[in-house]
Design a protein around this ligand. Structure first.
Ligand code: BGC
Length: 396
């Protein structure tokens, strides 16, 4: 047996996002998307978000459970559509709600990791060009100013925007996420506006009360070029990752989130390799992606500190979750051994929750949620990972 110790102060958290867990989140573009008759979502046969995990009301027990299990941080997002339900109309009631959530984390010894934007935008933003419209940059900045003025003194760590690269690709180029565009130019515009919005949000956090470390959370993949696919892979990866990583150089941290690998040949993406098991998302079981992407983020950002803001697996076999996370953490440990400044690991996700286009089918949670009754039951992996967090060490 080997004991792999992690550095003092290492963040051990789990992650969620407002739309995926709160429930009744009807004022944003995703709710709209879920209910367009005959739309991409409706046609996919998945259940809409609905009451989700009722985390809106059950967060006290959910947060208490995370603390009991041994975690020291909780990453969640603030819903822009609640804070600013109509343009320029801000809700103190909802800002207070998130302040109570932060206080609950603090009361339980958890550092709140607060994300300002996790995939969803208010309906009024959606109705006016969403992230393709340059106006969104100042709109987002104004929302961040309100959030920071109200919560800046208590926030622990801030993620400005979650996976803007995924939203730009799926929402603006592939037509799968709202606003459902299929345009290279729209994707480029959304990318530019996300980056500008991130830069403004960083300045706002820095200028506001409190001194939370602030960074962006990026979706990354272990890109592997098959013979002859090198150029294509580099081009693809540039648009998907590098353009964002370069824009985040020198930030307090870069959030790395990864789930699998992507193999590219001269024609494009290739199908999963024979013999590699698939997860409920249809991804290759590839925990090695975490080490690969942490190393790459560190390199491309010129050694910006890394926080793993998401890593996890959608599976109905909890033992395979333990296997996946064990291998992923061993990779993180090798990065630490090589002097890479990794500051934390957040498992996606604490709860089985609304997995976007897939509805409630893929189960990523450490804690199962009974859909009809909302009853929670911790899976064995919850106590296992919480034990690692408590010990600040992984035994292999
Ligand atoms: C997102 C989460 C999502 C997870 C699993 C990430 O892309 O940030 O919202 O649930 O991956 O697919």
């Amino acid at each position: 047996m080997t004991l792999l110790n992690f550095p003092d102060g290492f963040i051990w958290g789990t992650a969620s996002s407002a739309h995926q867990v709160e429930g009744g989140n009807w004022n944003n573009d995703w709710w709209l998307w879920e209910h367009i008759p005959g739309g991409v979502f409706a046609g996919g046969g998945a259940d809409p978000s609905g009451d989700a995990c009722d985390h809106l009301f059950r967060y006290p027990e959910d947060i208490a459970l995370l603390a009991d299990l041994g975690f020291n941080a909780y990453r969640f997002s603030i819903e822009w559509a609640r804070i600013e339900p109509e343009e320029g109309l801000f809700s103190t009631q909802w800002l207070d709600h998130y302040r109570r959530m932060i206080a609950t984390c603090r009361d339980h010894g958890l550092t709140p990791i607060v994300t300002f934007h996790h995939f969803t935008s208010p309906r009024w933003v959606h109705a006016d060009g969403s992230w393709e419209n340059p106006a969104v940059v100042d709109r987002f900045a104004r929302y961040c100013e309100r959030v920071v003025a109200h919560l800046g003194d208590v926030m622990g760590v801030v993620c400005t925007i979650n996976e803007p690269n995924v939203v730009a690709l799926y929402g603006y180029r592939l037509g799968m996420f709202p606003p459902g565009l299929e345009s290279t130019a729209a994707r480029a515009a959304a990318t530019e506006h996300f980056i500008a919005a991130h830069r403004k949000a960083v300045d706002i956090v820095k200028a506001g009360p409190g001194n939370s470390p602030v960074g962006l959370a990026l979706s990354m993949t272990d890109f592997q070029a098959l013979e002859g696919g090198e150029e294509r892979m580099a081009r693809y990866r540039y648009k998907m990752e590098d353009v964002f990583l370069e824009a985040c150089r020198g930030d307090d941290f870069i959030g790395v989130q990864t789930y699998t690998r992507d193999r590219i040949d001269p024609e494009g993406r290739v199908a999963p390799e024979d013999g590699v098991p698939l997860t409920l998302m249809g991804y290759e079981f590839w925990p090695q992606s975490l080490e690969a992407t942490v190393r790459r983020a560190w390199e491309v950002t010129d050694q910006t500190p890394v926080v793993v803001t998401e890593s996890g697996i959608g599976t109905d076999d909890d033992a395979s979750r333990v296997d996946y996370v064990t291998q992923a953490l061993q990779g993180v440990h090798r990065c630490l051994d090589d002097g890479i400044d990794v500051r934390g690991y957040c498992y996606w996700s604490n709860l089985d929750n609304f997995e976007w286009l897939f509805g409630y089918k893929p189960t990523f949670g450490l804690v199962a949620v009974e859909r009809e009754t909302q009853v929670r039951s911790a899976k064995p992996s919850a106590a296992w990972l919480g034990g690692i967090a408590k010990a600040n060490a992984l035994t292999v």
